[in-house]
Ligand binder design. Structure first.
Ligand code: HEC
Ligand code: HEC
Ligand code: HEC
Ligand code: HEC
Length: 331
């Protein structure tokens, strides 16, 4: 009798659980069979994230490419990094950056309005946001032209990849004055802890509890930035072994080098440009992490095309100034 009751309860529990059953998680093998290198994905959560990303695609202000020869000298007064565009392509680009970075605020988020006359002075550099944006153009050009080994030959990134239609992206970092594991995104300290020599303090041997803690913190940060497990890149039996790692680990290493280069060449030099309220607790300016582009996805925005650099010469070629009128040495 007791047994029967239990059977009924069990059946009832089964009915309840199967009524609200979730789709099973999907497990994708990323390494040799049997070594447990698996990528675990919950299809429902993945679909929600993909839908959220697609919902951010700009619906206006993005025109097809206009191309054309570089604008003749004197077209602009103060154009330093977009002089390789035609006048039409330049305007197309300004419309697009407004959608990518400041759709609510408009052109004047970057451009100065003379308070006396109320007229916009497009050539003025009075707003710090315009000076930052010029750097952002240079940084994006550098990433797309020189780091195809990470961002791909035929996709690359545009302002939307990081900004997602808002002036301040969701992900960046400051130093916090404690362990700062993300220092690896700025300096070349490296993350290797498994030495190749027997004793500490010899050769390339950097083993120490401190270094190990620092490396693991960095690795957890990288995993979270991409929404993946350690086994997306490593065979967890032999973390250091490149032979048994996935191709993604090599891509990740290039990503680390790219981030350091961008932070050193473009983000850190903005230090004196940022207003006080954009600085971190230690007084340093914002810097990139993997999550600035990846935002929790193994490929930024799950590869959605509206975040690519394709068809944006402003972002795929290294630009130069538009010279003043009458300059015959142009180009
Ligand atoms: C996110 C920042 C940003 C937004 C928004 C923006 N611009 Fe610009 N704009 C820039 C930067 C940076 C330059 C300078 C580029 C360079 O130095 O090569 C520039 C330059 C210009 C110039 C050239 C001025 C000159 O003669 O030197 C014009 C014209 C212009 N923008 C128009 C617009 C218009 C119109 C809009 C709105 C549809 C707009 N911009 C929105 C950042 C922005
Ligand atoms: C790789 C990621 C990345 C890309 C690509 C990128 N940005 Fe940024 N941008 C950042 C980060 C990080 C900040 C710092 C956030 C802050 O202001 O605190 C920033 C700041 C800015 C700001 C200052 C906002 C403010 O209110 O302080 C402007 C304006 C800007 N970016 C424009 C652009 C433009 C225009 C492009 C494309 C040409 C671009 N960005 C591409 C990451 C990026
Ligand atoms: C997106 C790929 C990726 C993910 C995910 C990842 N790693 Fe790494 N890991 C790397 C790369 C690349 C290096 C080499 C970094 C370097 O040499 O600067 C590395 C290095 C390491 C090292 C040092 C190996 C040595 O040579 O001494 C350890 C330990 C490690 N990872 C553990 C982890 C753990 C634990 C996780 C999960 C929390 C993880 N990793 C997630 C890419 C990844
Ligand atoms: C400037 C933007 C940007 C930053 C910053 C960035 N990535 Fe990427 N990453 C990309 C793009 C774009 C792709 C897709 C390239 C493609 O599809 O060919 C990518 C692809 C990858 C892939 C390959 C994914 C796959 O399944 O094939 C890995 C792994 C990766 N990134 C790791 C990292 C790590 C780790 C960091 C930080 C150290 C980082 N990325 C920083 C833009 C970025």
């Amino acid at each position: 009798m007791k047994r029967l009751a239990m059977g009924t309860t069990l059946a009832a529990v089964l009915v309840v659980t199967s009524a609200c059953e979730r789709p099973p998680v999907e497990v994708v093998n990323v390494g040799f069979r049997g070594v447990g290198m698996e990528h675990v994905e919950n299809p429902r959560q993945l679909q929600d994230s993909v839908d959220a990303v697609l919902g951010r695609e700009p619906t206006e202000g993005i025109l097809p490419p206009l191309g054309g020869d570089p604008a003749p000298p004197g077209t602009h007064q103060n154009v330093q990094v977009l002089g390789h565009l035609s006048a039409a392509e330049f305007t197309r680009t300004m419309n697009a950056v407004t959608q990518w970075v400041s759709p609510e605020q408009g052109c004047n988020y970057c451009h100065w309005v003379d308070p006396a006359t109320g007229v916009v002075d497009f050539a003025s550099d009075n707003n710090y946001t315009k000076i930052v944006s010029r750097r952002m153009f240079q940084m994006t050009q550098d990433i797309n032209a020189n780091w195809t080994s990470h961002v791909g030959e035929d996709r690359g990134v545009n302002c939307m990849t990081c900004h997602q239609g808002q002036p301040v992206p969701n992900n960046y970092f400051f130093f916090d004055g404690r362990s700062d594991p993300l220092r690896s995104y700025v300096d070349n300290a490296g993350a290797r802890v498994q030495g190749t020599t027997a004793l500490t303090g010899e050769g390339d041997n950097r083993q120490s509890i401190k270094q190990t803690e620092y490396t693991y913190a960095l690795m957890i940060h990288m995993s979270n930035s991409l929404g993946v497990n350690c086994t997306y890149c490593h065979n967890s039996a032999r973390f250091a072994d490149w032979e048994e790692s996935t191709p993604q680990r090599v891509t990740a290493l290039r990503g680390l080098r790219m981030i350091r280069a961008q932070n050193m060449q473009h983000m850190v030099p903005l230090q004196d440009v940022w207003p006080e309220n954009r600085l971190g607790p230690m007084g340093d300016g914002p810097k990139l992490t993997c999550a600035s582009c990846h935002n929790g996805a193994y490929k930024p925005q799950y590869n959605a095309q509206y975040t690519w650099a394709t068809d944006w010469p402003a972002l795929t070629e290294i630009g130069y100034p538009n010279p003043p009128a009458g300059d015959t040495t142009a180009n």
